[in-house]
Design a protein around this ligand. Structure first.
Ligand SMILES: [Zn+2]
Length: 143
């Protein structure tokens, strides 16, 4: 059971914590392009007419790999001594953009390019104020 206060790894990255969290993307009113994470100006056409919009929770696994060793600290803030491999990949959303993120599984036998995925929030690490930092990850959907 986790009784720590939860904070997002970065404000404005996703909705929640909630049962159905969504990443917050940017949608450009001028060119129609999408991007994630949301920023003030459109990376496609530089317009400032960007609206922060929740993205679809489900998409398809575009590609993936498994991180089998602890990344350099910083930027990695997780447990180096007790490091556990994790999956990382790109998920293509219906909006037409690919989002990079962790995967909830690190077993190659459970991952296939093109498989349906769904967004989850998961605990990443405890910060120096004793709060549980929450990040996002994509989980395979049962067929
Ligand atoms: Zn644009």
């Amino acid at each position: 059971m986790n009784t720590l206060a939860q904070v997002p790894v970065e404000e404005g990255l996703f909705t929640g914590p909630a049962e159905a969290p969504q990443l917050i993307g940017g949608h450009c009113a001028d060119c129609g392009g999408w991007h994630f994470p949301a920023q003030d100006n459109c990376p496609h056409c530089a317009s400032l007419a960007v609206h922060r919009t929740p993205l679809s929770r489900r998409g398809r696994l575009w590609t993936w790999t498994v991180q089998t060793f602890a990344p350099p600290v910083p930027p990695y803030r997780g447990d180096v001594e007790g490091f556990m491999p994790f999956g990382v990949g790109y998920v293509e959303l219906p909006e037409g953009l690919c989002v990079q993120g962790r995967l909830t599984v690190a077993d190659a036998a459970l991952l296939t390019i093109g498989m349906p995925m769904e967004l989850r929030l998961e605990p990443w690490h405890v910060d120096d104020q004793g709060r549980q930092v929450m990040g996002y990850a994509f989980a395979p959907l049962a067929a």
